[in-house]
Design a protein around this ligand. Sequence first.
Ligand code: HEM
Length: 497
Amino acid sequence: YLRHCYNYWELQGVPQLRPHFIYGHFFKLKSLHLSELLQETYDAFKGKARLAGTYLFTRPIAVVTDLDLAKVILIKDFNKFVDRSSSASLNLQDNPLAGHLFNLHGEEWRALRTKLSPTFTSGKIKYMFSTITEVADQLQQTFDQEVGDDGAVLELHDLLGRYTIDVIGSCAFGVKCNSLKNPQAEFRVVGRKLFNNPKFNVRWALFRMTYANLFRKLPIKFKSFGQEHTKFFLRLVQDTVDLRERENIKRNDFMDLLLNLRKTGESSGLSVEQLAAQVFVFFVAGFETSSSNMSWALFELTKNQSIQAKLRDEILSVLQKHGKLTYEAMMEMTYLDQVVNETLRKYPALASLTRIPAEDYKLPSDDESNSDGHIVLERGIKVHIPVRAIHYDPEIYPEPHEFRPERFEPAATQQRHPLAFLGFGDGPRNCIGLRFGRMQVKVGLITLLAAFQFSQKGSEIPIVTNSHFVLVPKNGVKIRVDRLPADWWSDYKSRQV
Ligand code: HEM
């Protein structure tokens, strides 16, 4: 039976990473993000085939090794690849919060994405800028207390997670979480539980996801998400909705924009459960991705002091020109933008993007050099675009382990394939919150780099988690932080002359 399963790709005419005939790739499944398996498949077949096959337990998965094919799947033929997971994995009865944009399928996804997209335009996001800077002020105060007069080694990932939780809490739920001031705030506690479960077993979780269909039919229920968390979010959203509707409260936040959608009076308006699911995904997708991006950025800036100095110089000169931190000032900081991109290249939030063909799909063969135009991707097969492997491909990014923001100068970006950077995904199903995410990351980095120096003494090298989809630092990011000397800037300038 196993021999038959592991022959799937060969029978389809697709080159495959041959698994062990009994235990398959079991011992390679060390992480939920499958980075290692995808990297190995990419390395084995890149340049030889546009698509390669491998196996998750006995299930075949496809790995795209060619950026043109990635473009076809994510953008050109997107209508044939709308979903990122199988519909069997969605169990709304047991978990009403799972009905969010990231998980939804087909037409349901399309209708909701159309409704939510206007919420995330630059114009709307800009209104939230002052809410973010208010939280950033608290971040600076908290750092200042922790650092003291003598400086200290701080665990940044926790502090930055509290910053992004307070931002998302304020902008998505309209709630002041105060987790920066009070680490035991309920939001923080729930957020930590979502991402750090010490009892979590990677292979078991992968197994359940791979055979979700089978597990749904079993009489035993395995809860993937704690009931108390579901209750917490549903209660919070219901209370906020009631309060705002009763007292006609208006705020420039996602909740307000979602409530307007609810009031459109159309039958297609959002129910409270749907609304709760959306703010929940904004919370889950928005806080850990952004705090990790900031943590990794500060870690790289600590290792690369000249880049830290160059970035701080940009930040201080733009702030001086504008008098204070405004949206326009932030947008003027182009080197900061490059630093954020280079961080996402080295530490993408998702190791791969997944899409599933709704129908059997024949690979396009418009180019004569494609000898694989006969290959058919069967309906329902999971296709992985291996973001991390692409971001570390030395033919695309020479010396990929080096941190070089210059890679994202406009001229350098233009020379690469448009899909060489996939930090926020691509196509109609890319990250809906990318502008908001970038904004909270940038405001946080500006605030910290304008006031503090990050250095290596006593710092530790962080490692990437293996227990979650999002590539977060496992045991935090411990870095030496000192208040910036008052004469830092004049000193830096005199050294530049
Ligand atoms: C630095 C911060 C962030 C990163 C790196 C990031 C990354 C991503 C990636 C890679 C995807 C998958 C895209 C694809 O499959 O093509 C995604 C999807 C998504 N992200 Fe983000 N994200 C960030 C911040 C946010 C924020 C702040 C929000 C909400 C406020 C958000 C909400 C979502 C949602 C709802 C989806 C699913 C979109 C859909 O299926 O239509 N993300 N994100």
